[in-house]
Write a protein that binds this ligand. Structure first.
Ligand SMILES: [Fe+2]
Length: 387
């Protein structure tokens, strides 16, 4: 009798243990989330028709997402009137209202950081904090709410305000914009990733506005910041910025980051460099860009022409960036480069071995760069694996 009781007790304890493990495993699995950037446009700073269509598509088809991350250029901003930028950001929140009203999302529901368009005057960062007051506050001291990290299941997200990394003249010791943020960022990021791993994170995502490997439209800037009229060899100022960008990418590579996700370039692109996925999720409404120039390709009249450059002018940039792939064999950074000139968002969900990414998007109307010309459909799918 006693032996039977002991047997039942052991069985019940084992069952409870299994239930607990099962429960923990379920909680360890990340649910769905969405990443997208760059929605600026002409309606109070926002491309309202395109962004609304995308948000409604997300809510109708993936209303069970847990959060959305939007690293920058929500709005056009204003160089002179910070109040105008403030109103634009409030309008952006209105357009995103269907997601804010979705009770299934976890606070703050939409994670943001700054792009270059929100921040054009010295008042803009504080206005950004006022409009988005509930971002995590665990970043570097002067960057609370702009640079931060958070965990979801076994995935760790570090969101970085990279917008001002490359401003200022590094050779001018009186220029207080030089080294404004960069070094603190790198220290903070490295510690943050190490801590996350010690705490059991299995995948690390780093998100920011600026591309490390510009794919189209920002070959002259982005994080390499090689600037206009590049002549080789690099001069000392260009070397400072370029080396910092290389140091940042090395940090991601050496610390097992699975993916770096950015915007700034208004196109969709993905490639794997040094084992790290570099994903540009760059338009949920902002005017679409062409990819890095190819010899003989005519300029697209409707694309922002000041950002266009000839293949010949692009060559020293390709050489400096070690771009050995792409359509001309020297215009992109990786043999697996894939890109589309589309409005889009990326849905992530847990797969068996990693995170499955599904890109939903639509092509522009013929002859335009800021109007939808097709229904939103699946345009690409890929897996992001732990490293
Ligand atoms: Fe931008």
């Amino acid at each position: 009798m006693i032996a039977r009781k002991k047997y039942f007790l052991t069985a019940i304890i084992q069952l409870m243990f299994l239930l607990l493990i099962n429960l923990l495993c379920l909680h360890a699995q990340p649910s769905k989330f969405v990443i997208m950037t760059d929605s600026r446009g002409d309606d109070i700073g926002v491309n309202t028709p395109v962004l609304s269509k995308i948000i409604n598509h997300i809510n109708a088809n993936h209303g069970d997402i847990k959060f959305l991350i939007f690293p920058g250029d929500m709005v056009s901003g204003n160089k002179i009137y910070p109040d105008s930028t403030y109103i634009q950001m409030l309008h952006w929140k209105d357009v995103m209202r269907p997601l804010y009203d979705n009770p299934g999302l976890i606070p703050p529901k939409i994670f943001i950081t700054e792009g270059n368009h929100e921040i054009q005057t010295r008042f803009d960062e504080n206005n950004l904090r006022k409009v988005f007051p509930d971002m995590p506050q665990n970043g570097p001291d002067d960057e609370k709410g702009l640079t931060y990290s958070f965990d979801f299941g076994k995935v760790h997200f570090a969101v970085i305000a990279s917008n001002r990394w490359y401003y200022g003249n590094p050779a001018d010791t009186t220029d207080d914009r030089r080294d404004w943020r960069y070094i603190r960022h790198l220290d903070w990021l490295e510690n943050d990733i190490k801590k996350a791993k010690e705490n059991g994170s299995e995948m690390i995502f780093v998100l920011s506005h600026e591309p490390v490997f510009p794919a189209g439209g920002h070959l002259r800037d982005g994080l390499p910041n090689l600037r206009k009229d590049l002549k080789l060899p690099l001069d000392s100022i260009r070397l400072v910025y370029f080396n910092r960008r290389n140091e940042f990418w090395k940090l991601l590579k050496d610390n097992g980051v699975s993916a770096y996700i950015c915007g700034h370039e208004h196109l969709y692109a993905r490639q794997t460099v040094d084992g790290v996925m570099h994903i540009t999720a760059g338009s949920s409404g902002a005017p679409l860009y062409n990819f890095n120039p190819k010899y003989g390709e005519g300029k697209d009249e409707k694309t922002e022409t000041e950002k266009e450059m000839s293949y010949e002018d692009a060559l020293p940039y390709y050489k400096t960036l070690n771009y050995d792939y792409g359509e001309t064999g020297n215009c992109q950074a990786s043999p697996d480069f894939f890109g589309l000139k589309v409005f889009h968002y990326i849905l992530f969900e847990a797969g068996e071995t990693g995170l499955k990414a599904v890109v939903y998007g639509a092509y522009p109307k013929k002859g335009t760069d800021d109007e939808l010309g097709s229904e939103i459909t699946i345009l690409d799918e890929f897996l992001i694996l732990p490293r």
